[in-house]
Write a protein that binds this ligand. Structure first.
Ligand SMILES: *Cc1c(COP(=O)(O)O)cnc(C)c1O
Length: 234
């Protein structure tokens, strides 16, 4: 099947309220264009430079047709560039990085956006990345510290905490991820209850190509899918 057909098939088989973020790392401009033309609404990129290159290469109309999600780790020295391309940063895992983004927006306000020079960032939507299985090799904050981080971030006026994100441990069998998805759902329910300034949690971003069905069963409302749409990566 083509990229467009794969996208439409997945779009039709999952509930309407679940957002599909197309995980586009390593894919070409042409492949990304094809999925946008097929109706994709959200694109995820892991690297700031790669995202910027794709964004600038697309026509401004096409680039603006979708929302751009940062789904890879964000380094402090890439914040400026990241804010120039992305609409959402999904990978906040420390107060330090959250504060650095907040500061950048408060001091500069206007960020040069490749397709919309002079785009004004008032508030940057961010999600917190949770290392739900406590894996040493993964980024993300420990689950025990998530609520505390949200409370701290509530003091940052230029960002808004809108969701939680996780990458489950790699496994061939998606059932292995179910217990982690359940834990994330519990955390999400608690986080949703937080009534503080600059916090309005409504997104639970979890589930990838081989696990999105299980993730949705466990309460995900945003999945990040790459290989199931584009085929295997080289
Ligand atoms: C690559 C990636 C995905 C999608 O992985 P697939 O197995 O290709 O669907 C999802 N989330 C993140 C953070 C990724 O880096």
């Amino acid at each position: 099947m083509s990229i467009a057909e794969d996208y439409v098939k997945i779009r039709n088989e999952i509930p309407e309220n679940v957002v599909i973020v197309i995980a586009a790392k390593t894919r070409t401009m042409k492949e990304i264009e094809e999925v946008i033309d097929a109706g994709a609404t959200d694109i995820g990129e892991n690297y700031v430079q790669e995202a910027e290159k794709i964004y600038k290469g697309l026509s401004p109309e096409k680039a603006k047709q979708v929302k751009w999600h940062m789904i890879g780790p964000l380094q402090k020295n890439k914040i400026n560039k990241a804010l120039g391309t992305f609409d959402v940063i999904q990978t906040i895992d420390s107060f330090e990085i959250a504060r650095a983004i907040d500061k950048r927006v408060s001091t500069h306000g206007v960020v040069l956006h490749p397709a919309e020079a002079g785009r004004v960032w008032e508030i940057v939507p961010v999600y917190i990345e949770v290392n739900i299985a406590g894996e040493k090799t993964k980024s993300g904050i420990a689950q025990e510290r998530v609520l505390e981080l949200i409370e701290l971030m509530s003091g940052l006026e230029n960002i808004k905490v809108e969701g939680l994100m996780t990458m489950e441990p790699y496994s061939e069998n998606p059932e292995d991820a179910r217990p982690y998805f359940k834990k994330m759902k519990e955390l999400f329910e608690k986080a949703k209850e937080i009534k503080m300034p600059n916090v309005d949690i409504k997104i639970l971003s979890m589930g990838m190509s081989n696990s999105y069905k299980v993730a949705i069963e466990e309460g995900s409302n945003m999945v990040r899918v790459g290989t199931a749409i584009f085929g295997p990566r080289n």
